[in-house]
Design a protein around this ligand. Structure first.
Ligand SMILES: *Cc1c(COP(=O)(O)O)cnc(C)c1O
Length: 826
């Protein structure tokens, strides 16, 4: 007999949640799954053993979840279609949901292992760019916690979001091969693989009943293989699934080429097929009109709809009740081709009448718009679209023909209106407007914050809003208080629980307000500050280790972490830093309370200006951090590779949250909410969800500056001249001059010229217009920070009054206003 891991006990190693049971389970996995003993195990082996142990304990809820969707005839489930799911590290959140942290910690301690170190060692799946993908993940968490049956459908990218490294101040991208070490949370479901066609042509034929039908003969077929990741709700009883599709060749080999000796050609097909799910496009806001991207979108959408139709048929329900089984949410326009694909499946595939299929389709779909930037609205040239999806282009033309007929009937003679509403942009090159397809094909369209929805209705989509006002509604974004408070800030979570009990974790909106009673309690305030200081010390330790920058935990931590984009205005922030630096240089003896200004975020690899802003921040940091006149009172640091994992350390350590986009540009933001529920006070513009956050926390607990959205329009209408601001504001003029003169580039006047010139001669995002207001606000912030009791009160009230920004509230809104689903829990 081989000497096994010594399972002499009666513990069920798959389900037992006591410390001895968990200990035995970890040892069993170590031995039987990864072929190790505690002596030979690497850190990765320990991680895998613990992950499988936790996964086992999710499987009961997981299997019940799959049964729920595939057995219940009268149940409506959400299908959340998203090209991105930025789910973050899995071990910690699953342990939290199951409530087994303490026994697991104890079990691992007896094996000489530290649960926190194992949790912190996880490499996250970076299957999203930023806010949009993270929102999808928060919504999956909330749906599982509230008991809303749901499947998340997306893409199993082989390479996720690139890893950002910094060399000499410049961003350098490295491929993220996240599956290198395996991913213990997924189960591959080969039996549910489906074939997806691409390219080719269409033909008409008469069916057996003598009806004219259309057939698509794709040139190419790709196999979509589902990878299922469980999403377990808080409490551990309700589990949904995230189903991500990866592309494989239908036939691995072309046997003809193989037998004729051309091995290379034989595997060519395989390589080509697999490129579909190879890589996440790293562009956050502007879309990229690449044919492979459209291929990715269609690939996952087609596989997902066919998967849903399989469930419908397995339930034995007729196809014209498909909308009673699934509410399909389109997360932005990335999956909007689903409207045409469902029509094709119903009409071509199942011979349904067009009108009936259209009724089913529009009752299924609803669409979330995420952007106000015109360059981010997806448009595909019809030639490219028709080359890849010839049948879908025909279907879109037919949808458009019928739609414009209705428009012309309602507004006779208004050809301008018809042209503006058309699914086809007739300007050269003619292209398909994906947002229009999504709106026409959906029964509900939502913006993601009150201001954003208003701007959608009055500007971006005003013609649609006039035509079908009942379709438009608002669902303000939210974030999960599990990951972004309970998990990432355990000290603050315990402190909150000690005062108001633990119910806030899954009843955040209802419970967190109870904290307000302690806002002025000196003992509570001291505890609150102590925790913030510990969180800052933890971030400092990380910065010291990875950057060699010493951050003083007694300084005010002022943080801007998010994708780098001109509309988010990291350059406004660094201009402020330069102005503060100049003030210190002018009078080094004057009092200046310690301030640490932290940045983090990735730039799209092809985004010239964003990459140069990253370089500028690094150069400014080098000068300021090394200047003896400053003496460590002002420090600047750039935290590389901002992702969910890094965010979980950064959000809890912030005193001030920078949310400084030009009003009218940020749809909602969710980073603002994560900072807020961790006790950071916002310094921000009236943009996105900042507006509602300020209403909730009270204007005295929010540092407001900048133009409002209507003022932005007004100033631009009167002819915005940024140079006038630089000429009349000496502080601004001097800050710009310092950059231009090479003060941060060893005399090099060229390197940052593109930034300075852009600001002086274009400044699309009105950095110079908002600068003075920002500096005035900065003075108020510094004054408030010096009054410890006042600032602590502001911090506590931010947490206590942000209950609305739980993604549980957002999901309840979707359930009530859009999906017509009643959550089973809570
Ligand atoms: C929340 C989050 C974002 C979104 O941040 P915003 O400030 O809303 O732009 C981006 N990236 C990551 C990793 C996040 O967790």
């Amino acid at each position: 007999m081989p000497k096994g891991p010594g399972n002499k006990s009666c513990h069920n190693v798959r389900t037992d949640c006591t410390a001895p049971g968990l200990r035995q389970a970890v040892l069993d996995n170590l031995y039987y799954v990864s072929g190790n003993t505690p002596v030979t195990a690497s850190a990765q082996d320990w991680y895998d053993a613990v992950a499988y142990c936790v996964r086992d304990r999710m499987l009961k809820a997981w299997n019940e979840g799959i049964e729920r969707i595939t057995k219940a005839l009268d149940l409506r489930a959400v299908a959340y279609l998203s090209a991105e799911f930025l789910i973050g590290p899995q071990l910690g959140s699953n342990v939290l949901a199951l409530g087994i942290a303490e026994p697991l910690r104890e079990a691992l301690a007896t094996l000489g292992q530290d649960l926190d170190a194992i949790v912190d060692g996880e490499h996250e799946p970076g299957l999203g760019n930023g806010g949009l993908g993270r929102l999808a993940a928060c919504y999956m968490d909330s749906m599982a916690t509230l008991g809303v049956p749901a499947i998340g459908y997306g893409i199993h990218y082989e390479f996720g979001m690139f890893t950002q490294t910094i060399r000499d101040g410049w961003q350098v991208e490295m491929a993220d091969k996240w599956l290198r070490q395996g991913f213990p949370w997924e189960i591959v479901q080969h039996e549910f693989a489906v074939e997806v066609g691409l390219g080719g042509s269409t033909e008409t034929f008469l069916d057996a009943g003598g009806r004219l039908r259309v057939r698509w003969n794709p040139e190419k077929r790709i196999l979509a293989v589902p990878h299922d990741i469980p999403v377990i709700g808080y409490g551990g009883t309700f589990c949904n699934v995230l189903r991500l599709w990866s592309a494989e060749a239908v036939d691995a080999f072309d046997f003809g080429s193989f037998s004729s000796g051309d091995y290379g050609k034989a595997v060519e097909e395989k390589i080509l097929s697999e490129t579909i799910s190879k890589v996440l496009y790293p562009n956050d806001e502007p879309y990229q009109g690449k044919v492979l991207r459209l291929g990715q979108q269609y690939f996952f959408v087609s596989a997902s709809l066919r998967d849903m139709l399989r469930v419908q048929q397995m339930l034995g329900k007729p196809l014209d009740t498909f909308h009673t089984t699934f509410a399909i949410q389109l997360n932005d326009t990335h999956p909007a081709v689903a409207v045409a694909e469902l029509m094709r499946l119903l009409v071509d595939g199942h011979g349904m009448e067009w009108e009936r299929a259209w009724a089913v389709t529009t009752k299924c779909f609803s669409y979330t718009n995420h952007t106000l930037l015109p360059e981010a609205l997806e448009k595909w040239p019809v030639e490219l679209f028709g080359g890849l999806l010839p049948r879908h282009l025909e279907i879109i033309y037919e949808i458009n023909r019928r739609f414009l007929e209705e428009v012309r009937a309602a507004y006779p003679g208004d050809e301008g209106l018809a042209a503006r509403l058309s699914l086809i942009d007739e300007a050269s090159p003619r292209s398909v407007r994906m947002a229009h397809l999504a709106v026409v094909g959906s029964h509900a369209v939502n913006g993601v914050a009150a201001l954003h929805t208003e701007l959608l209705k009055t500007h971006v989509m005003q013609d649609f809003a006039a035509l079908t006002p009942q379709k438009f509604c608002n669902v303000t974004n939210g974030v999960t208080p599990r990951r972004f408070l309970a998990l990432c800030n355990p000290r603050l979570a315990a402190c909150i629980t000690s005062r108001i009990g633990p119910a806030w974790i899954n009843r955040f909106e209802e419970e967190i307000g109870k904290l307000e009673a302690f806002a002025d309690d000196p003992g509570f305030q001291a505890q609150w500050r102590g925790i913030k200081r510990e969180n800052k010390a933890a971030l400092s330790a990380l910065a010291e280790k990875h950057l060699g920058v010493a951050l003083n935990p007694d300084a005010v931590f002022d943080v801007q972490v998010k994708r780098v984009h001109e509309y988010k205005r990291q350059h406004l922030n660094i201009l402020r830093v330069i102005a503060l630096y100049s003030a210190i240089k002018r009078d080094p003896g004057a009092e200046f309370s310690p301030l640490a200004v932290l940045f983090g975020g990735k730039a799209a690899p092809g985004y010239f200006m964003a990459k140069r802003v990253i370089k500028l921040i690094h150069n400014v940091a080098q000068v300021i951090n090394g200047d003896p006149d400053v003496g460590g009172r002002l420090t600047v640091a750039y935290i590389p590779n901002f992702n969910v994992r890094v965010g979980q350390v950064v959000y809890p350590a912030a005193d001030i949250s920078q949310q400084i986009s030009l009003a009218g540009k940020e749809a909602s933001g969710t980073g603002n909410m994560k900072f807020g529920i961790n006790g950071a006070v916002t310094m921000g513009t009236l943009d996105g969800a900042n507006v509602e956050m300020r209403q909730c926390v009270g204007e005295e607990n929010f540092f407001l500056f900048g133009l409002t959205a209507p003022e932005v329009v007004e100033v631009k209408r009167n002819g915005y001249d940024p140079r006038a601001y630089a000429a009349t504001d000496p502080v601004l003029g001097q800050a710009l001059d310092m950059i231009a003169s090479g003060a941060f580039s060893a005399g090099d006047r060229e390197i940052f010229r593109p930034i300075v010139d852009n600001l002086l001669y274009q400044d699309e995002y009105m950095v110079l217009a908002d600068f003075a207001s920002y500096m005035h606000c900065q003075a108020l912030v510094m004054e408030a920070c010096r009054d410890t009791a006042r600032f602590t009160r502001m911090s506590i009230l931010n947490v206590a009054r942000l209950g609305k920004f739980s993604s549980d509230r957002s999901i309840r809104d979707y359930c009530r206003d859009i999906w017509n689903i009643t959550p089973e829990l809570g």
